[in-house]
Design a protein around this ligand. Structure first.
Ligand code: HEM
Length: 394
C-alpha cells in the first residue's frame, strides 16, 4: 500500500493515520528520495520488535546504496555500520555513556539548567523551546565533546537543515541540496575542530578519540563521522524530549500537579513523554540482505524497511488506552530509543537531561502559563517537536 502522509493535518496529529496503518496490518510504502526509491514502513509493536532484533537478514550499511563518491564520513558512524565495526565503534565510546560518567555529569547539567531558568525568570514572556529546551542539550553535548559554546548557533542551524532532509515527505530537490551542503559544512567544521584538539588536547570526548586514533582503534574518517553523529543525535532529539515534556505536562495540569506532589514520579513521567510523543518517529536506514517474511509480506534483498516508532508506541496490543497520557503508566515498554544492537547509546544521557530539566522547572518555576492552546508542531515526520512554546513565567 502506498502511503501519502503529506496531508495538512498530519504534522499536527499523526496518530489517527498511524492507527489506520496498524489496523490495516500491512506495511506501507514511503517513497524516499534521500536513499534509493523508498522504504517499507511497519507500524505494529510486534513487527517493530522483530525488525529491531533481526541481525542476519537486515543490514545498516548505508554505503551499500550510495552512488560512487556520494558517501561522507557520516556514513561511517556506528548508526550505519554492521558487525564487527559497529561494536568496535560503540565500545570505544561506551564509557562516556556509562552510569558512572553520567553521575559525574549530572551536577553540570543541573548547573546549566538552573542558569537557564534564572534567565527565564528575568523575562515576562518566553519561548520555552528557544530559550530553554534547545539550550540545555546543546550545551551538554558541547561540554562532553569539547565544542566551543560560541559555535552552537551555527551547529543548531546546520542541524535544522539536516533534519529537514531526513524527512523524506517534504524533501524537495532544494531541501536535499541544502542538506548536502549543511552536512559538508558540519563535517569540515568537525575536521577543523579535530586539528585544534590535536594541537591542544583537553579532557573531552574528541581528544579521547584522537588518542584512540593514535592507537589504531579508529580511523580519521570514522572519527569525523562519530563526532558529527554525536553532535547532531546528541541534541536534535533531546531538545524535543524536553519541549514535548513541557507541553504535555503543562497542557495536562492534573499531571503537572501530581508531579509537584510526588516528584518521585519523574522517571516514570519521562518514559511516558517518550512513549506519547516520541522525539524520533521513525528508524534510520535498514535494508534486507536476505529474504524476510514479515506482516504477511515477503521482503527481498535490496528492499529498505523501517519502523514507525511513533505508531508502535501507540499500539493498543501493547499499551492499554494508548492515546491517554498517564505519567503513572506501568509497565511502559516503549520503543522511543529503539531496541536491539543499535539501540540508542545516548538514552541514559537523554533521560538525565529530561529529568533534571523538568524537575528543576517544577521546583523553581512551578506555574508557567502557556500562551497558545495548541502550539505548532514542526513540519517533520522524522523528528517530532514543537516550533515554539510561548509561555508566561509567573
Ligand atoms: C530523547 C532523546 C533521544 C531519542 C528519542 C533517541 C532515539 C534513538 C533511536 C530510536 C535510535 C535507534 C535508531 C535505529 O535503530 O534506526 C538511536 C540511536 C542512536 N542514538 Fe539516540 N536518541 C536520543 C538521544 C541521543 C543522545 C543524547 C545521543 C548522544 C549523545 C544519541 C546518540 C545515538 C547514537 C550514536 C545512536 C546509534 C547507536 C548504534 O547504532 O549503535 N541519542 N537513538
Amino acid at each position: 500500500m502506498a502511503l501519502n502522509l503529506n496531508q495538512p493535518d498530519f504534522f499536527q496529529n499523526p496518530y489517527p493515520y498511524y492507527a489506520h496503518m496498524r489496523a490495516a496490518g500491512k506495511p506501507f510504502w514511503l517513497p524516499q528520495k534521500t536513499t534509493g526509491d523508498g522504504v517499507w514502513l511497519f507500524s505494529r509493536y510486534a513487527d517493530a520488535l522483530t525488525i529491531f532484533w533481526e541481525v542476519t537478514a537486515v543490514s545498516k550499511n548505508i554505503r551499500s546504496i550510495r552512488a560512487p563518491g556520494a558517501s561522507t564520513p557520516f556514513d561511517l558512524a556506528m548508526l550505519h555500520r554492521d558487525a564487527p565495526d559497529h561494536l568496535r565503534l560503540r565500545r570505544l565510546v561506551a564509557s562516556y555513556f556509562s552510569m558512572q560518567y553520567l553521575g559525574q555529569l549530572e551536577p553540570h547539567i543541573t548547573l546549566v539548567t538552573d542558569a537557564l531558568i534564572r534567565d527565564l525568570q528575568g523575562k515576562t514572556e518566553v519561548d520555552l523551546m528557544a530559550d530553554f529546551a534547545e539550550q540545555l542539550p546543546m550545551r551538554v553535548i558541547a561540554h562532553m565533546l569539547g565544542v566551543p559554546v560560541n559555535d552552537l548557533p551555527q551547529i543548531r542551524a546546520w542541524s535544522l537543515v539536516l533534519a529537514d532532509g531526513f524527512d523524506s515527505l517534504l524533501a524537495s530537490d532544494e531541501v536535499l541540496l541544502n542538506q548536502k551542503s549543511a552536512m559538508l559544512a558540519l563535517l569540515s567544521y568537525v575536521e577543523q575542530l579535530i586539528v585544534g584538539k590535536r594541537q591542544e588536547p583537553a579532557d573531552d570526548l574528541i581528544s579521547f578519540l584522537l588518542h584512540a586514533e593514535a592507537e589504531g582503534k579508529i580511523r580519521r574518517d570514522e572519527l569525523i563521522g562519530m563526532a558529527g553523529l554525536l553532535i547532531i543525535a546528541g541534541h536534535e532529539t533531546t531538545v524535543n524530549l524536553i519541549g514535548n515534556g513541557l507541553w504535555l505536562l503543562l497542557s495536562h495540569p492534573e499531571q503537572w500537579a501530581l508531579l509537584q506532589e510526588r516528584p518521585e514520579l519523574m522517571p516514570n513521567a519521562v518514559e511516558e513523554i517518550l512513549r506519547f510523543e516520541s522525539p524520533v518517529q521513525r528508524t534510520s536506514f535498514r535494508i534486507a540482505v536476505e529474504p524476510m517474511e514479515l506482516a504477511g509480506m515477503r521482503l527481498e534483498p535490496g528492499q529498505q524497511l523501517g519502523i514507525i516508532i511513533g505508531a508502535a508506541n501507540r499500539d493498543e496490543a501493547e499499551f492499554p488506552d494508548p492515546d491517554r497520557f498517564d505519567i503513572q503508566r506501568t509497565p511502559n515498554r516503549h520503543l522511543a530509543f529503539g531496541m536491539g544492537l543499535h539501540n540508542c547509546i545516548g538514552k541514559g544521557l537523554a533521560r538525565v537531561e529530561a529529568r533534571v530539566a523538568l524537575g528543576r522547572m517544577l521546583a523553581l518555576c512551578p506555574a508557567p502559563h502557556l500562551l497558545n492552546e495548541q502550539p505548532q508542531w514542526r513540519k517533520n515526520s522524522f523528528f517530532r517537536g514543537l516550533e515554539a512554546l510561548p509561555a508566561r513565567i509567573a
